[in-house]
Design a protein around this ligand. Structure first.
Ligand code: ZN
Length: 331
């Protein structure tokens, strides 16, 4: 597919053949920009561009990039070809997460969001929305019923959930991704006066966040036999491991944008589900497109085809990248 000269393909992530670069390739590629440190965006490429925090967080999780890593600051242009530069700008998704702005002397500006959110975050840099001619955006929560409450409102309910569990002689366990979500949860517990234990994978990332300048309330390492009276933050995968050996019954809450779907907590096997997400919700996605104001939008992930159709109904050129687009014909 091409607009204003750009060729954009969905192959091993996003592939820009004219640039010779992949964006967020999940499998090894000769050259790739890695937008952030979630593992579904990380592979061992020959040459990698990413932000300094992303490189440090990936290393803290024991994964390898490289052999050639060009770690850059936000807003620092890097030359990709004689005609084109790439600049990483904040995506607001997790610490160090970047959007990629490619500026070409003949084709104009192409912006790839990676995973992003525009709502304020306690631990990620504020999301930028630079103008672009072509926008490639993630559409994970791109259906109208995905409208997230503020994190402060959600976390007030989560803190009540924890106090209620402890009063009932149970151990509250908050389940979220070990990178990003867990640190947002922990930061919101600053004034909750809850003793906190972190699962080892959450603790490793939290220490890397601290080394990058984030501050958190006091916590200790997960010690299952000493966990009574504590609130535990852990990834979902820990349920069958360390969390099966607690001295009191556990009360599980999962924190995710999918909590807006009634069935989600049952699928996870949790007692409660609270909507806390690192992604943009539906109104944010629409507003973001208006701010960037591109001539053409390509959507990827989640409800990509539905959202592209929504944008077309609003008068924009928009296509789900690499999918069949059901065209609305006026018969
Ligand atoms: Zn992500």
């Amino acid at each position: 597919m091409s607009t204003a000269g750009w060729e954009v393909r969905r192959r091993n992530g996003i592939w820009l053949p004219q640039m010779g670069w992949h964006l967020d390739a999940p499998h090894p590629a000769p050259r790739a920009v890695v937008s952030h440190a979630h593992f579904d965006h990380v592979a061992r490429h020959d040459e990698v561009i990413c932000t300094h925090p992303t490189a440090k967080l990936i290393a803290a999780r024991g994964a390898r990039l490289g052999p050639t890593i060009r770690a850059v600051d936000f807003d620092e242009p890097i030359r990709l070809t004689p005609q084109a530069t790439a600049t990483l700008v904040p995506a607001g998704h997790v610490l160090g997460s970047a959007q990629v702005l490619i500026e070409h002397s003949a084709f104009g500006r192409l912006l790839y969001t990676g995973d992003f959110k525009t709502r304020p975050s306690r631990t990620a840099e504020p999301c930028a929305a630079p103008p672009a001619d072509v926008l490639i955006m993630e559409t994970t929560f791109a259906r109208p019923h995905y409208r997230f409450p503020t994190a402060a409102d959600t976390m007030r309910e989560v803190i009540d959930f924890c106090h209620d569990a402890i009063t009932a002689g149970q151990i509250p366990v908050l389940l979220g991704y070990s990178l990003g979500r867990s640190q947002e949860i922990l930061h919101h517990l600053h004034d909750a006066k809850l003793p906190i234990m972190l699962h080892p994978r959450v603790e490793a990332v939290t220490r890397a966040y601290e080394a990058l300048g984030c501050t958190f309330p006091p916590y200790t390492s997960l010690a299952p036999l000493l966990a009574a009276g504590h609130t535990i933050i852990a990834p979902t995968q820990a349920l069958k491991g360390e969390l099966s050996a607690l001295p009191q019954p556990r009360r599980l809450a999962v924190l995710s944008g999918w909590a807006l779907d009634e069935s989600y907590r049952f699928r996870v096997g949790a007692d409660a589900a609270f909507p806390l997400s690192d992604h943009a919700d539906y109104p944010e996605l629409l507003e973001y497109v208006d701010r960037v104001n591109p001539a053409c939008v390509y959507t990827v992930h989640g409800f990509a085809a539905e959202f592209a159709a929504d944008l077309r109904r609003r008068g924009r050129e928009a296509w789900a990248l690499g999918q069949n687009n059901q065209l609305e014909l006026g018969f």
